[in-house]
Design a protein around this ligand. Sequence first.
Ligand SMILES: [Zn+2]
Length: 136
Amino acid sequence: MNCIFCDIINRKANAEILFENEKVLAFLDVRPVNYGHTLVIPKTHSENFLSVCKEDLLELIRITQMISGAITKSINPDGFNIVTNNGTAAGQSVFHFHFHIIPRFNNDAFSFKPNLKSYSNGTMREFADKIRAKIF
Ligand SMILES: [Zn+2]
């Protein structure tokens, strides 16, 4: 299996690593939205948010908070986004689960450009019922 993030974990590919422990690795994205843009990944290969194991996910969240704090104290952004893209339609390009930490600055060029919809009569309940039926 070809995975650039596994290669970084195994030191077969270079990365500017910020932090590492037994479960998690954090490194700078080589194509940042803003400088300091960081990726936080589990060391065990997992494709996406749904398949990553719960223990790894808890550690990923903990380390993502820690690194976000370090970015905030060092780079002093006006804010930051925590993002995870799941599936090609959502912009996922490396299929090894990762959180993005994106430092944000007032008036930077980055935008999610939302085109917000409205629910028509009754459809909000229908969507909610469909989702609730799959929560367990
Ligand atoms: Zn991988």
